[in-house]
Design a protein around this ligand. Structure first.
Ligand code: NAD
Length: 444
């Protein structure tokens, strides 16, 4: 990977830019440029054929000034320490921008989960958990799912950690299955949060493609109940045209939620390629097709696309929901969306960001657009600690309150400082983390 695409260098550049705008003290800026703690583990796993295979994994705790560290665990062949560092930094800014009491962390294991059996994945997960167990825990650092990890992975982590402790510790992870203390609404939370901020952007920018009906009472959105039977927020997407890259947890659910609300999803993709139907895709049918064939490609009635072509289709809203560095200086000029909502972490490089800004495209940055996942993870953690569980309505309503407030905080900063939305979001977040550090003081 070139230095230009190194996610950690990108994360540092993003911080450097706002440190100047915020007049951060030099020492605080320097402190925030590096992770607080990094653990690398090399560990053996017994494979199904009897071989013993060595794996490498990481857990990076970037900053804990605002609370325990929080962040997902990724299983992917391209996992690297710099990628995990960047993702941990972005978690720090994300928890700050939505104002939940966490710091940021991330983990990853270099592996190809697509080529491993369930038994191998379970043994790898349990051994990795044991290796990182000295630094995780409900008060210290709480993992969650990320790319190619899911509720089952979290159940194995929770069980392994609990075995080490000698009692059940449901608060050690979020994104757990419901029957062991997971939260209603967690599985859809990243996508739902993304949908909420996309709706805000559609309503509050010049692209008023939605009905102008006021769907929320601004002052009371925290405790105003949603309309009956409407867990999504009480509004419609009125044929907004949407393309989604990545068809996993974040992407496929965003596509489903938006199409259920009247949006027209014309293109989606996964790691094997994309599909396009300008009249709109039946997302339930695409989900079934992907479940039976392993890819969205070959879906009847749609044209197949090259993997990255989905980014360049003409649409109102483009949702990158796969991996980092998808929109680069090579393809940014070809993006035809009015709004790019970053459900993925780090999908746009800084050079591409500049190009999109110059083209007048609104980019809702990752630390805001995909913060719904960690927000409902926070709700799950609270429920696990209290052993008291909320209804899905409560979860979705509180999520909406937090996402809309964060959107307003960020756009407020953008207006005051005359900056783009990524810079505005970073300014809100970095200032909050810096304030926490200053208030706590530097130990000793
Ligand atoms: P996932 O494993 O459920 O899905 C990933 C999807 O991306 C799969 O459909 C895969 O086929 C596709 N993909 C992989 N490489 C691709 C490529 N080159 N082109 C097109 N598609 C490709 O993962 P996820 O949880 O949906 O995570 C996706 C992104 O969202 C990541 O950046 C992750 O960090 C971010 N995110 C996820 C959550 C969450 O709660 N799951 C929260 C915040 C951010």
């Amino acid at each position: 990977m070139t230095e230009e695409l190194n996610p950690f260098k990108i994360a540092q550049q993003q911080l450097d830019k706002v440190a100047g705008l915020l007049n951060l003290k030099k020492g605080i800026h320097e402190y925030l440029r590096y992770p607080h703690r990094e653990l690398t583990v090399n560990f053996p796993v017994k494979m199904d054929n009897g071989d013993i295979k060595e794996f490498t994994g990481y857990r990076v705790q970037y900053n804990n000034a605002r609370g325990p560290c929080k962040g997902g665990i990724r299983y992917h062949w391209n996992v690297s320490l710099d990628e995990v560092r960047a993702l941990a930094a972005w978690m720090t800014w994300k928890t700050a921008v939505v104002g939940i009491p966490y710091g940021g962390a991330k983990g990853g294991v270099i592996c190809n989960p697509k080529e491993m059996s369930q038994g191998e994945l379970e043994r790898m997960t349990r051994r990795f958990t044991a290796e990182i167990s000295p630094i995780i825990g409900p008060e210290r650092d709480i993992p969650a799912p990320d790319v190619y990890t899911d509720a089952q992975t979290m159940a194995w982590i929770m069980d392994t950690y609990s075995m080490i402790k000698g009692y059940s510790v449901p608060g050690v992870v979020t994104g757990k299955p419901l029957h062991i203390g997971g939260s209603l609404g967690r599985n859809e939370a990243t996508a739902r949060g993304c949908m909420f901020v996309v709706r805000e952007a559609l309503q509050k920018t010049d692209y008023k493609v939605c009905s102008p009906e006021e769907w929320r009472q601004r002052e009371t959105y925290e405790d105003k109940p949603l309309p009956d039977g409407d867990e999504g927020g009480g509004y419609h997407f009125d044929d907004t045209v949407v393309a989604v890259q990545g068809f996993g947890n974040a992407g496929s659910i965003a596509a489903k939620l938006i199409s259920d609300k009247g949006g027209r999803i014309i293109a989606v993709s996964d790691s094997k390629g994309g599909i396009l139907n300008k009249d709109g895709l039946d997302i339930d049918a695409v989900l079934e097709h992907k479940a039976s064939t392993g890819t969205v490609q070959g879906f009847e009635g749609a044209e197949n696309l090259e993997p990255k072509a989905v980014l360049e289709v003409k649409c109102d809203v483009l949702i990158p929901a796969a991996l980092e560095n998808q929109i680069t200086k090579e393809n940014a000029d070809n993006i035809k969306a009015k709004i790019v909502a970053e459900a993925a972490n780090g999908p746009t490089t800084p050079e591409a960001d500049r190009i999109l800004y110059e083209k007048g495209i609104t980019v809702i940055p990752d630390i805001l657009a995909n913060a719904g996942g960690v927000t409902v993870s926070y709700f799950e953690w609270v429920q696990s600690l209290q052993s008291f569980f909320w209804s899905e309505r409560d979860v979705n309503m509180r999520l909406k309150g937090i996402m809309v407030k964060a959107y307003d905080d960020v756009t407020g900063m953008c207006q005051t400082e005359n900056v783009d939305m990524r810079t505005g979001a970073y300014m809100v977040a970095v200032q909050r983390v810096a304030d926490a550090i200053m208030h706590r003081g530097i130990f000793p």
